[in-house]
Design a protein around this ligand. Structure first.
Ligand SMILES: Nc1ncnc2c1ncn2[C@@H]1O[C@H](COP(=O)(O)OP(=O)(O)OP(=O)(O)O)[C@@H](O)[C@H]1O
Ligand SMILES: [Mg+2]
Length: 267
């Protein structure tokens, strides 16, 4: 350990183990007779540093959800290894807002805490923090049918944050939303991420969304999904999701990722 006043060498921070290490990951789905049906993911390797925001982009069916489900331990891989270096299991946000219709917004957000038997006072304190963080304070007592799609997704995000897991896995959480709502939620997610310092893996179809949010973008090929590129996104933080579009580098990178998606082998 460094003595008081002694400078910590920058390489010491870099030596910290990544939050997520995926090595030569392969996944195939078999039919009930055991014949191989679909190779979903083939030999994918990447790592995610603690506190990093990584987006995965790739065409429909290339295995993005499969990778995320394996990270969440909802699916077993066929080959390779997956290691999560965190004290808590990851939290997951799914593409469809997964709110319980019979519970209020507050009760939905508190749900993971109530399952754990956390005291009512602690639940209330934590939920009011999350309501404020996600801009839902005025809707604490509303039920899901009274909310817009974007608000329901905010509830899903708040619930994923409520028990303070270190790793957040997000599967196209804003995919079903209109462009404007999406932009608002992207800005909010960036603010929340900057406040909480979580490690995030975020799947999206949208190159634009990936470049807006991520420190790094992983590009996958069509099925079977392989890793085509692992790109560092250079924009400084905090980011303004509208203003960053004035930066020429945004459009240069958009072009680069589109070129990789259009021609994954030859690019
Ligand atoms: N439980 C399953 N049983 C059989 N095949 C599956 C299963 N889950 C996924 N697959 C197949 O694996 C491949 C990858 O699916 P996955 O859902 O990971 O793709 P994706 O990249 O998330 O696509 P999208 O962008 O459309 O959500 C697809 O061909 C799909 O049909
Ligand atoms: Mg998917």
């Amino acid at each position: 350990m460094a003595a008081v006043g002694e400078a910590v060498h920058p390489s010491a921070a870099k030596a910290a183990p990544p939050a997520i290490e995926v090595s030569h990951l392969t996944k195939a789905f078999y039919d009930s007779e055991g014949d191989r049906v679909t190779v979903a993911v083939s030999d994918v390797s990447f790592s995610v540093a603690r506190g990093e925001f990584v987006c995965i982009v790739g065409p429909s069916g290339c295995g993005k959800t499969t990778v995320l489900r394996i990270l969440a331990d909802l699916e077993q891989q066929l080959g390779g290894t997956v290691k999560l270096n965190s004290a808590t299991p990851p939290a997951m946000v799914f593409q469809e807002a997964s709110v319980l219709p019979w519970l209020t917004v507050s009760e939905n957000i508190a749900f993971p805490l109530s399952l754990k038997g956390v005291s009512r006072a602690k639940q209330e304190a934590r939920v009011s923090e999350l309501l404020a963080l996600t801009g839902l304070t005025d809707f604490a007592k509303a039920r899901p049918h009274q909310l817009s799609g974007g608000m329901k997704q905010r509830v899903s995000v708040a619930r994923a944050l409520v028990d303070d897991r270190e790793i957040l896995l997000m599967d196209e959480p804003f995919g079903a939303l209109d462009e404007q709502t999406r932009l608002v939620l992207q800005q909010e997610l960036l603010r929340i991420w900057e406040t909480t310092g979580k490690t995030v893996v975020f799947i999206t179809h949208s190159v634009d969304e990936a470049l807006t949010l991520a420190d790094r973008v992983i590009v996958m090929s069509p099925r079977p999904g392989t890793l085509v590129a692992n790109l560092t996104v250079p924009f400084e933080r905090p980011r303004d999701v509208v203003e960053m579009r004035r930066d020429k580098r945004f459009w240069d990178m958009t072009y680069e990722v589109w070129r990789l998606l259009a021609s994954p082998a030859g690019a």
